[in-house]
Design a binder for this molecule. Structure first.
Ligand SMILES: [Zn+2]
Ligand SMILES: [Zn+2]
Length: 162
């Protein structure tokens, strides 16, 4: 039987670089969601599989992840696999934790008058919305946008009165 040169844990430790803020940054290319992947187990006993590197880290250094739980990054760095930066939480809790960031992706402050919370609870940037409308206006013309907005307002009113 061919012996493995390195254990999964040894290989794992060779694939990280510790960043200044203590994150263990995974060096292999991430999956489509931005998370690191590791191949573990062996073909010999049929245990070979690919898994999220952060799950491996958690199970290897902390303990088993309970059924249905996800590993949440306390550092918000998806490629980080530092078990100290990971916490096993329910999927529901993980979604609830999506950071209420201070700025929109374009750097406008998400606070005060600029913050708009839509009916589904998503935090929206009014400035970005304003700019999106301006951009739309220059593309399809002011009149078309005004018509569109009027139509939208009408629909909203109709819904309310219904
Ligand atoms: Zn981290
Ligand atoms: Zn914005």
């Amino acid at each position: 039987m061919a012996e493995k040169l390195l254990s999964d844990r040894e290989r794992f430790l060779k694939l990280i670089v510790v960043s200044a803020n203590g994150c263990w940054e995974w060096q292999l290319s991430p999956d489509k969601d931005g998370y690191g992947l590791i191949s573990v187990g062996s073909d010999t006993d049929g245990s070979a599989r690919r898994m999220r590197a952060q799950r491996f880290a958690y199970e290897e250094f902390v303990g088993p992840i309970p059924e249905g739980m996800e590993t949440d990054h306390l550092c918000r760095n998806r490629i980080c696999v530092n078990p100290a930066h990971l916490e096993a939480v329910s999927a529901k809790e993980n979604r609830r934790r999506i950071p209420k960031s201070a700025n929109c992706p374009h750097g406008h402050a998400l606070s005060g008058d600029n913050l708009y919370v839509d009916p589904r609870g998503n935090r929206q940037c009014r400035e970005c919305r304003r700019q999106a409308i301006l951009a739309l206006r220059s593309r399809i013309g002011k009149e078309a946008v005004n018509n569109y907005q009027r139509e939208w307002e009408r629909k909203k009113r109709r819904k309310k009165s219904a």
